[in-house]
Design a protein around this ligand. Structure first.
Ligand code: SF4
Length: 160
């Protein structure tokens, strides 16, 4: 079983009420090989919500108290992002998932690149808050761009 970002499964949970459907992930859900999770909704947000970015670092820095998650209007939402990350970790551990596929670039779900905190569309290397926490706890996190490699690694577990 794997855990996947809800927005990759076609659920309209992104900050602006849209999704970013990945057909392979939807297929895996239909085959009951994946379960969805949205760390931001678990942290207490609703949809739509203000966009947020990490300033002064990445998700690992947020967990260490060295960086914050800020909404575009300036509200500090760091605690909500951390809360969502810990609930996601608990879910992943309870389900004993073999991997987690999360949406790249998100301040929660990004797993190699995130926006740089300027709200100008510029990206930097780094993890979102949830990705950082999952990785620290030994969970294999990939983005939708790494899904093909994950499927190859996992062999026939997830392929047709
Ligand atoms: Fe939710 Fe993650 Fe998708 Fe953002 S990227 S909408 S936190 S699942």
């Amino acid at each position: 079983m794997i855990l996947v970002s809800s927005c990759l499964a076609g659920l309209e949970v992104r900050y602006n009420g849209t999704h970013c459907l990945n057909q392979k992930i939807r297929q895996m859900l239909e085959q009951k090989k994946a379960i969805t999770v949205c760390p931001e909704l678990l942290g207490g947000f609703s949809t739509p919500r203000e966009p947020a970015e990490i300033i002064d670092g990445d998700g690992a820095d947020v967990l260490d108290g060295k960086a914050k998650v800020i909404e575009k209007s300036g509200r500090d939402v760091t605690d909500l992002y951390i809360e969502g990350a810990y609930i996601t970790l608990k879910k992943a551990q309870e389900l004993q998932v073999t991997a987690v596929v999360l949406k790249e670039y998100s301040p929660s779900c990004g797993s190699s690149m995130i926006y740089n905190g300027e709200f100008k569309g510029n990206k930097i290397p780094g993890d979102g808050v949830t990705s950082a926490l999952l990785k620290r706890n030994g969970i294999n996190v990939v983005s939708e761009e790494g899904l093909a490699d994950l499927l190859l690694e996992e062999g026939s577990n997830y392929t047709d």
